[in-house]
Design a binder for this molecule. Structure first.
Ligand SMILES: [Zn+2]
Length: 235
């Protein structure tokens, strides 16, 4: 079957895998409505397109019938709100050769889900690759998006490192601020003392804002490790 007969919106998965075909595409980000909802509107109004590729593979295990696999890659960029300084934060969304195995039915997927590592999908002759790409990109969104180092303090545009301020007064340092000149970060330091767990890292810190309703359940797990298993996808 020639490659051009495979459609990403209605993919005949078994035939695609057997033919070991690859489909590639580039689509406007605006076509991924749930993704757009989860990202900030870009300042220049220009959204990065979503580039993707899907490769079919037929595997012949030593035991059992041949298996249909699909390896998905996708990439785009966007902006989210930094949960520390509330300024825009660039995010990169990338899936690389993520493998999916297709099985005959929901029942088989449910049965195998406990036994196998891979993500399971249900075989279809009209599989919607577009939805899978969007689902997977949404799963890569950070749960608590934060700059590695914020340019300003929360809720203001005042830079963290004032010119007149010595390095020791920066909130990340252990040194006590000079007593005769109160540090503008004294309140922040006190906050750190009162809420030590809040600075410990991503785990356990609830975001200041509720997550967007469109975030998938797997992405809404506050503690990212261990990676939760995904339920089989109904297709
Ligand atoms: Zn920030």
């Amino acid at each position: 079957m020639p490659a051009r007969s495979f459609r990403p919106d209605r993919l005949a998965v078994a035939a695609f895998a057997e033919a070991a075909q690859t489909l590639e595409g580039q689509e406007p980000q605006e076509r991924f409505a749930r993704l757009v909802e989860s990202l900030l509107p870009p300042a220049d109004g220009l959204r990065e397109p979503v580039r993707w590729s899907a490769r079919g593979e037929r595997r012949r295990p030593r035991v059992g019938p041949p298996q249909a696999w699909l390896h998905l890659s996708a990439h785009t960029r966007g902006w989210m709100t930094c949960q520390r300084c509330l300024e825009a934060l660039p995010v990169e969304l990338r899936i690389e050769e993520q493998p999916f195995r297709f099985v005959e039915s929901e029942a088989v997927a449910a049965e195998l889900d406990e036994e196998v590592e891979e993500d399971l999908l249900v075989l279809s002759t009209a599989f919607d690759l577009h939805t899978l790409i969007e689902d997977e990109l949404l799963l890569t969104l950070p749960w608590v998006p934060r700059h590695a180092q914020c340019a300003g303090v929360a809720g203001s545009t005042v830079p963290v490192r004032l010119e007149a301020e010595p390095d020791e007064a920066a909130p990340t340092e252990e040194a006590v601020p000079e007593p005769r000149r109160p540090s503008p970060f004294a309140g922040l330091a006190q906050l750190k003392t009162l809420r030590p767990a809040a600075e410990a890292g991503d785990s356990g810190e609830p975001p200041p804002n509720p997550p967007p309703a469109s975030l998938p359940p797997a992405a809404s797990t506050p503690n990212p490790t261990p990676t939760p298993r995904r339920p089989p996808r109904p297709r």
